[in-house]
Design a protein around this ligand. Structure first.
Ligand code: ARG
Length: 458
């Protein structure tokens, strides 16, 4: 039975009910709805609506229901109830009879759903925070394992300068750490309880909303009842954080797909995260990574979808807002799955060290070094840049790397070039020279790994 039958003389059309009912997805709030209801029953005692005895009976029944829900979290999906709030009330009445009908005094589903939503999001933030840490840990440990592997760094997908695989891993640690910090920022802003805001104008009972908020583990109570029931910007924020993070995961996936390609052949992905082709027996496809890259689209889509839903809504609550949930559930679940997959891919990764080094040596990734060398010999950088450009053309014509040219061949481009040039053209030198903060110098990278390990509790 619906919660609002009194004013109606006709039953709802079945097709309307299907569109309107939200239990099939908001069942996820069962726990939050029950916990919120227990807190509400205590608040009702404080304003004299319930006796201690009545409250005890209600909370006993609600706790019983909580246990049932924990044992079978999806058990209510097919129940005949409009939404999770109706279902909880229905179950309560089944357990304690008419007393259960008192619980909704002074409360509306509008402040109730807003409260459930925030409580649910808080629990998600904690879990996602852990997954973000876990992925960073996997990256740092991989960086440590492959600290000495030199590979080409790219700009425009052209070999640019040599880097190490560890330095590449640590770049993603930085991005994921910022995602984590954005997640904490979002929580700090939405950690306030809307309960006691009523349908829109505030509850008519003299509730201590701060105390109620503390009961529920919130930092405090929201300040304006209209805002409390009408706002979903915290969902937009969470979806934004998820979208940004999925963008990072997608770029990570794209890098790895390229590293794993036959053309690059820097890494080999494990059989555990790849799949075969039904036609081509030789294939081992990087599906896990492609799905991470692909799924970033639907998370960003959920964010865009909610923007569209919210942008024209008048204050306060409108049923449009029920549309905040499915996108959110899907986006956070997808993000969580992809974070786990991104870490899993690293677990059994195999680096082709020799091939990485060979690629770093090819492609004139040390051309900048030669220019810097000429600068040291007193040639202005712009001129040095031009000379090296010519040297690269010359080397390409000979099919040789810069360091493979003889001294005489090098001297054609500048008589400032001496025997000591070969030292600076080595990969080692390219790396070592970049010792300013954030650079690829191996000692600096080792230090960065140490710091990251400490921060991540490794
Ligand atoms: N299922 C609803 C939602 O998700 C709960 C709030 C219903 N409020 C109302 N006034 N009909 O938004």
């Amino acid at each position: 039975m619906a919660l609002w039958g009194g004013r109606f003389s006709q039953a709802a059309d079945e097709r309307f009910r299907l569109l309107n009912d939200s239990l099939r997805f908001d069942y996820r709030f069962a726990k939050q709805d029950i916990i919120g209801s227990i807190a509400w029953s205590n608040a009702l005692v404080r304003v004299g609506v319930l006796s201690n005895d009545e409250q005890k009976k209600l909370s006993q029944a609600l706790n019983e229901l909580l246990n049932e829900v924990e044992a079978n979290p999806k058990g209510m999906i097919a129940a005949d109830a409009e939404d999770i709030h109706s279902w909880v009330e229905q179950q309560l009445i089944a357990k304690v009879g008419d007393l259960g009908k008192k619980l909704h005094t002074g409360r509306s589903r509008n402040d109730q759903v807003a409260t459930d939503l925030r409580l649910w999001c808080k629990a998600q933030v904690i879990q996602l925070h852990e997954l973000l840490t876990h992925f960073q840990q996997a990256l740092v440990l991989t960086a440590e394992d492959y600290q000495t592997v030199v590979m080409p760094g790219y700009t425009h997908l052209q070999r640019a300068q040599p880097i190490t695989f560890a330095h590449w891993c640590l770049a993603y640690v930085e991005m994921i750490e910022r995602d984590q910090s954005r997640l904490s920022d979002a929580l700090a802003r939405f950690d306030y309880s809307p309960l006691g805001s009523g349908a829109l104008a505030g509850t008519a009972y003299p509730m201590d909303r701060e105390l109620l908020a503390k009961d529920l583990g919130f930092k405090g109570a929201t300040r304006n009842s209209l805002d409390s029931v009408a706002s979903r910007d915290h969902i937009l924020e969470l979806l934004s954080v998820a979208s940004i993070s999925m963008t990072h995961l997608s770029r990570y996936a794209e890098d790895m797909i390229f590293f794993n390609s036959g053309e690059a052949n820097f890494i080999t992905l494990s059989d555990k995260v790849t799949s075969g082709s039904s036609l081509m027996p030789q294939k081992k496809n990087p599906d896990a990574l492609e799905l991470i890259r692909g799924k970033s689209g639907r998370v960003i889509g959920a964010l865009m979808g909610l923007f569209m839903t919210l942008k024209g809504l008048p204050l306060a609550y409108n049923k449009d807002m029920q549309e905040d949930k499915e996108g959110l559930f899907d986006a956070l679940e997808t993000w969580s799955d992809c974070l786990q997959m991104a870490a899993l891919v690293l677990e059994d990764i195999n680096l082709n060290t020799a091939r990485c080094k060979e690629a770093a040596e090819q492609g004139y990734a040390n051309a900048t070094e030669l220019a810097d060398y000429l600068v040291e010999k007193g040639i202005p950088f712009r001129e040095a840049h031009h000379i090296v450009g010519e040297a690269v053309v010359g080397a390409i014509a000979k099919g040789k790397a810069l360091e493979a040219l003889t001294l005489d061949e090098l001297k054609i481009f500048s008589d400032k070039i001496e025997e000591d040039v070969y030292l600076i053209l080595s990969l080692e030198s390219c790396l070592v020279k970049r010792s300013a903060k954030g650079g690829v110098n191996p000692a600096k990278v080792a230090e960065a790994i140490k710091v990251a390990k400490m921060r991540l509790g490794l």
